[in-house]
Design a binder for this molecule. Structure first.
Ligand code: ASP
Length: 421
């Protein structure tokens, strides 16, 4: 596109290259300089951590303005408010369906492979267990008491509700609505441009994040629970590349290969930041400009998905529940397994798209089926890598469902989709 200050695909490749470089440099540092205090303080915890954090902050900075402005623009451009209900209904059903598939896959694999039998974790850490909000509380919390506070706190669901209502009112407010609608549409173009600037920083930011991670990870903690780590990683890959490809092909008839080729930059962002929320600007930009989804659909379904659709998290939670049950020698009944499925789906809806929440919410799932919440300590030490990987799956699911819904609504530009990546 002519207004882009960069070539999207070249940038995606550069981001992937800087991830690989960060991994190599980080592991090298881990093996050589890990015990050098000066180096750790000044370079790892100092410079590189700062660069990584600045990059994530720039991304996060864009989330609230972008979601707000682009949702108002998208909703107010819908000539038919019924369409909004349809798009929402389809997206919600697909989000629930894919999460159901994810947690079922996870549980079946945990039952077959038995990762918890014979596990020997060498680090046990205490962790504060957060209570899971009840389903009704989640409903109540969706309505913003004060939209400014919701924005200040980056609380995505109330922001979505508020922006959808403003967008509908803009559509219905005649001339005044048209003028305001035009303002938001221009504002949206400007914010998207800003996203482009921040993305230019990505190779450096991603390099810093991955280097620090690889340099400071204690790889030995992986060994005790290696089966669990590998099983979660394998199932994440299976769900992303097999389940999603099948669903995508079945519903759209389009090529999953093209979809994944265009998503690689988004996946790299999600992996490096471990936050679906911080990745929203990149996901939105990619589904619109690379996959050809109209803003009328994506402005709604992407922020919604980043908040409520977490298939990767569901996979981790399902396998973790099986792992912890096996570790403690608890035999779960079929009813308890079904309970895990329901609770995991609710937990993934309630979880915000920020690093690590999936693990914290696992406590609620475990409590529901009577498993010891301390079991979380078993897998805490290895969660960072899994968090990054599952976040990449979470955002891929959001983009996949968004493309499917857009296609079914005639809001997918097939020419843009097919353009080479
Ligand atoms: N970090 C994940 C996300 O942002 C959530 C999780 O902890 O599973 O999507």
């Amino acid at each position: 596109m002519s207004d882009m200050p960069f070539d999207h695909q070249k940038l995606s490749n550069r981001i992937l290259a800087s991830m690989a470089l960060g991994l190599i440099v980080g592991i090298g540092l881990n093996m050589t300089l890990a015990s050098n205090d000066w180096f750790n303080a000044v370079v790892l915890e100092g410079l590189l951590t700062a660069v990584g954090e600045i990059f994530v902050r720039f991304l996060s900075m864009l989330v609230v303005p972008l979601v707000f402005v682009s949702l108002i623009t998208g909703v107010s451009a819908l000539s038919d408010p019924k369409k909004l209900g349809r798009v929402g209904g389809k997206a919600l059903s697909l989000y629930l369906f894919t999460t159901g598939v994810a947690v079922t896959l996870a549980l079946v694999s945990a039952i077959v492979i038995q990762p918890g039998v014979g596990a020997s974790p060498d680090v046990l850490v205490e962790r504060d267990i957060a209570a899971q909000p009840s389903f009704f509380q989640v409903l109540v919390d969706m309505v913003p008491q004060n939209p400014v506070r919701a924005m200040a706190e980056g609380d995505m669901l109330p922001i979505i509700v508020f922006a959808v209502l403003v967008g509908l009112s803009v559509a219905l407010a005649g001339d005044a609505g048209k003028r305001i609608g035009q303002f938001f549409s221009d504002f949206n173009t400007v914010v998207m441009r800003l996203v482009g600037f921040v993305m230019l920083m990505a190779p450096i930011g991603v390099f810093a994040l991955i280097t620090v991670l690889a340099a400071t990870t204690g790889w030995s903690t992986f060994l005790g629970v290696l089966k669990y780590v590998i099983l979660v990683l394998v199932m994440l890959i299976v769900h992303a590349f097999i389940s999603y490809s099948l669903i995508f092909k079945l519903f759209t008839g389009l090529s999953p290969v093209t979809f994944f080729a265009k998503m690689r930059g988004v996946m790299a962002f999600a992996f490096s930041t471990a936050s679906s929320a911080a990745t929203i600007p990149v996901t939105l930009r990619t589904v619109q400009q690379q996959l050809g989804v109209n803003n009328r659909v994506s402005s709604f379904t992407i922020p919604l998905g980043a908040t409520i659709n977490m298939d990767g998290t569901a996979i981790m939670q399902g396998i973790a529940a099986g792992f912890i049950a096996q570790y403690y020698g608890v035999d779960l009944t079929l009813a308890q397994y079904l309970m895990v499925v329901v609770m995991v789906i609710i937990a993934s809806i309630g979880a915000a798209g920020v690093p690590g929440v999936g693990l914290v919410l696992l406590a609620g799932v475990l409590a529901q089926v009577g498993l010891p919440a301390e079991g979380i300590a078993l897998i805490l030490g290895v969660d960072r890598l899994l968090d990054m990987t599952r976040t990449a799956v979470n955002v891929t699911g959001d983009a996949m469902v968004t493309t499917v819904v857009a296609n079914s609504e005639g809001e997918l530009d097939h020419k843009v989709f097919a353009q080479s990546s």
